[in-house]
Design a protein around this ligand. Sequence first.
Ligand code: F3S
Length: 645
Amino acid sequence: MGYTLAQKIIKQHLVSGDMTPGTEIGLKIDQTLTQDATGTMAYLQFEALGISRVKTEKSVAYIDHNTLQTGFENADDHRYIQTVAKKHGITFSRPGNGICHQLHLERFGKPGKTLIGSDSHTPTAGGIGMLAMGAGGLDVAVAMGGGAYYIPMPKMVKVRLNGRLRSWVSAKDIILEVLRLLTVKGGVGKIIEYGGEGISGLSVPQRATICNMGAELGASTSIFPSDDVTLAFLKAQNREADWVEILPDGDAKYDETIEINLCELEPLAAKPHMPDNVDTVKNIGPIKVDQVCIGSCTNSSLLDLMRVATILRGNKVHPNVSLSIAPGSKQVFTMIARNGALADLIAAGARILECACGPCIGMGQSPNSSGVSLRTFNRNFEGRSGTADAKVYLVSPETAAASAITGVLTDPRGLGSEPDIRLPETFLINDNMFELPADEETAKKLDVVRGPNIKPFPLNVALPESIEAKCLLKVGDNITTDHIMPAGSKILPYRSNIPKISTFCFVRCDPDFPERAQKEGKGIIVGGANYGQGSSREHAALAPLYLGVKAVVAKSFARIHYANLVNNGILPLIFQNPDDYDKIHFEDELALPYVHKEVEAGAQTVTLLNKTTGDAILTRCDISDRQRDMLLAGGLINYTKQQNA
Ligand code: F3S
């Protein structure tokens, strides 16, 4: 039996496991990327590993998220990342150079290689034929140190694209159609591979748009073959040597196949507040629009902005609309400046933003209250724009530009004939906002700059023979990582400052929790079902670790948070009998008298004593052998250090 495209790359990089869907596999990682909001922690974790140079082929640290500098914190983080990168062999991308995924596609992504990034939209590089996945900062740190990346082996889904797109219908409409068909849960545990004759008409930036929003399907990643289209893109980036052809075998077997006829697609929009709440622009009708934002890692390529400029040329932005445009990279920005397209955007009345995530991460451009905002981005969750009651629609750049002129949601097919805009044969290449790392000898003498916002990283200790601690907090079902570690523009700048960010831990459930935990010095949390659902944020494990949390006992856990707890050496214990949840109360004195022995034996039974009531409660940990060793060592960093010793 032949292999799918993704299976071929997995097979070449497999260091453990046997590619049976659902079982754990370990992959060798060729490249890593970080952005600044997650990168500070990833580099603090890398430093904690005690490895002097990264062992990957290429690791890049991008600054694109927290580029607003209204206090010293973000600038401190940038300086720390710049100096830590220089010292340890990582390429640094200065703020203003662009958005990590757009830049990585342009300058570093390579077909057939593996990439993990501490950002959920890392699969964008699947557009160039990479196996690219979003991961936690600690996973990225370990991969930089030469360790493998572990995931459950995904199932394979083929999306066959037939025919060609009609005028004014674009790649964004393809992925919105996939989201409509599969929903935001449809990709969980799966890799989405695109194929069919329709892919030959899609350029690499268009393919990247589709892979980018595969993250919204919940997919492990998405990928396109590396073919002549890929070669043409790499040639235009002066990177022809990086090209290899990678196609699926003719007899590859897929777990699921979906057919989409491109010629039947029409402009689509994801309505508030979910990326899979998709309808046609025509059906939604001409709703009044207050704001249009064009950019983000989904739609900020040269091709996107050239199409937008063509629509805006000679027109005027509607007086009721605020139109902002953020080019995805310095390369895109320079090229539209040189070819006159930027002048067309400015003349029409667009507000030009720097090359960064900007409004997509809530750094400015929040819409007016109860306003309607059309965005070319990838997420439209309630409140993400910074305005709680705003209604965000996700659309293509073509629909966004047409609507910016009319002031209402507008189907771009009414614009007449579509101009033929193609990618240039050569891009304008100027890498002067990338800083290369110092050579090994020079690096030894370099200091890492740590401003007051850079605080040491909390490290757990090896699992003791027994644990005695109070029930510090008892919460109900469906506690999210947002409950545990809230986000928001006031808290985000403290991502590199665990002592400070910990003062916000659980405050939405119990404002006194941080102070009480710190005073107590250690504790156990009791939770209901689906504990730790939502965003993958590692800080929801790091802050409790800093506050002395030794174990969380719950009826069930969300998968990523469970892994984050294990990675940090916090025991995630599951009640054998969910009714035992009622046998523990706030501030009860608890004990895990045989915990070390029981975890060593596989943790299928971990005894929990409630010393206050006298109840003996049975719990367990569902862990692989590797995770067992990690818990015994006190987390992934200690475990990796032991492995490297
Ligand atoms: Fe940045 Fe938004 Fe993408 S925050 S990395 S542009 S999803």
